[in-house]
Design a protein around this ligand. Structure first.
Ligand code: CA
Length: 254
């Protein structure tokens, strides 16, 4: 919670992980297959510590089910329908082919009083087939039919990247919530592959229901298919706000 996180405005929520342990408010969520999610000092973008998804492995590529290690936190009340995020992410040693979620944010369905995690619509930032991806989902399970956008930008290995995302669940006067947008080191990603995923398959896109308030966010790494190569991710200087946070602060605390 220092200036090094790039969090200038009070409304922005920031986590630099310099406590050396899971920050206040976060709770363990998913824990499937092998590996660990912890805060450690093995690699950091800023300071000494980062969130580390360590040696995740399990299942087989092409088969549903994979390692999932995540944490979640409830947002302040009346967060609003527009969520900007920013995180520095480091991935090694190989690019997973499987769907690897990194961050998601969830909100109640229009007119619904349900607040349980599995009743919420959600946006997601991930990688898939070794490229960056963003998705809008109905409640999980099953989380589909979902609107999938796959970029033509390969997942960056063995280097820190700054990922930013915009989940605009209001989308002005449009009848549906906006498609997710993602930036890599300040450059907005393009989505040459866009499709509906469902099981069984459908060609009918989901209605992206509009948001009133984002309620809860989840981070860590969650593979929806198997991962046969033990893989590490680090996430540092995670920030969430109602306005764009940006990447420009540099490694001020080193
Ligand atoms: Ca840090």
């Amino acid at each position: 919670m220092t200036a090094a996180t790039g969090c200038a405005t009070q409304e922005t929520l920031c986590w630099d992980f310099e406590e050396g342990a899971l920050p206040a408010g976060w709770t363990a969520h998913r824990d499937e297959f092998n590996g660990q999610l912890l805060v450690d000092d093995s690699r950091a973008w800023s300071g000494r510590y980062a969130l580390h998804a360590k040696e995740l492995v399990g299942g087989k590529e092409g088969t549903q089910g994979g390692p999932k290690k995540t944490i979640r936190i409830n947002l302040p009340a009346q967060f609003g329908p527009v969520l900007w995020g920013r995180a520095y992410v480091y991935t090694t040693p190989e690019r997973p082919a499987s769907h690897a979620g990194l961050f998601n944010a969830r909100y109640p369905r229009p007119g619904s009083t349900a607040r349980a995690f599995d009743t919420l619509d959600w946006y997601e930032v991930a990688t898939y087939q070794q490229k960056y991806m963003a998705i809008w989902h109905p409640p999980e399970p099953p989380g589909f039919p979902e609107w999938v956008q796959v970029s033509n930008t390969p997942l960056v290995l063995n280097a820190w990247v700054c990922l930013e995302w915009l989940f605009d669940g209001a989308n002005g006067s449009h009848p549906e919530a906006a498609e997710p947008r993602v930036w890599l080191d300040g450059v907005e990603l393009k989505w040459p592959e866009r499709f509906v995923f469902s099981d069984p398959p459908t060609t009918v896109p989901p209605m992206r229901e509009k948001a009133t308030d984002f309620l809860v966010v989840e981070t860590g790494v969650f593979l929806y298919q198997g991962l046969s190569v033990p893989t590490d991710w680090w996430i540092d200087d995670l920030a969430i706000g109602k306005q764009r946070i940006g990447c420009g602060h540099g490694r001020l605390s080193q």
